[in-house]
Design a protein around this ligand. Sequence first.
Ligand SMILES: NC(=O)c1ccc[n+]([C@@H]2O[C@H](COP(=O)([O-])OP(=O)(O)OC[C@H]3O[C@@H](n4cnc5c(N)ncnc54)[C@H](OP(=O)(O)O)[C@@H]3O)[C@@H](O)[C@H]2O)c1
Length: 174
Amino acid sequence: MTMLMGRLAGVALQLALAALLVLFLPPYYVYRLTASFLGSVFPDSVSGKVVLITGASSGIGEHLAYEYAKRGANLALVARREASLREVADHASALGSPSVLVLPADVSKPDDCRKFMDDTVAYFGRLDHLVNNASIWQVCKFQEVEDVNYFRTLMVHSHMPFSVLHTNLGHELT
Ligand SMILES: NC(=O)c1ccc[n+]([C@@H]2O[C@H](COP(=O)([O-])OP(=O)(O)OC[C@H]3O[C@@H](n4cnc5c(N)ncnc54)[C@H](OP(=O)(O)O)[C@@H]3O)[C@@H](O)[C@H]2O)c1
């Protein structure tokens, strides 16, 4: 009797799962197809737009700059290492960016943030996309941190995106 009940429960579970798949899979595929069709008919073009990327001297920010450059976007590149930024700018120009502005700045300093936002708008006349990427990240055990200044650095960096966005108030972004 118990075995029969177990089997019935198993069959009921399988039927319920099959019903769920039949109910949800078709609308999901219709949504995916529609989204992909609309994406190919109306691509979100960044050609000619002005894109500011913080943390553009290396890593993810650098490669985002190259991807935007390939799509014809104008770039404002921000980071502290000016020499690295200039190398990224040269490469971005070679990849197709019509105009690249190099803005050495420390995003943990509100005055720097205000300045690179204003300089971008003054140079290009507008700012369309803000890629707020600059940051530091580190993984370690709490007990391994002996210097409390370490936390100060992390706090300053976690404040960065807010600082950049805050100084962006007044410029219209799309
Ligand atoms: N890579 C990953 O697997 C991963 C995973 C999760 C999250 N993330 C996040 O993604 C972002 C980028 O990561 P990533 O791997 O590309 O790091 P990365 O190679 O170390 O690049 C960090 C960038 O931020 C800039 N930067 C750091 N502090 C700055 C400051 N105070 N002012 C201005 N620029 C500053 C650096 O340039 P300068 O030194 O020239 O200033 C550099 O261009 C970070 O926010 C990170 O937390 C990365």
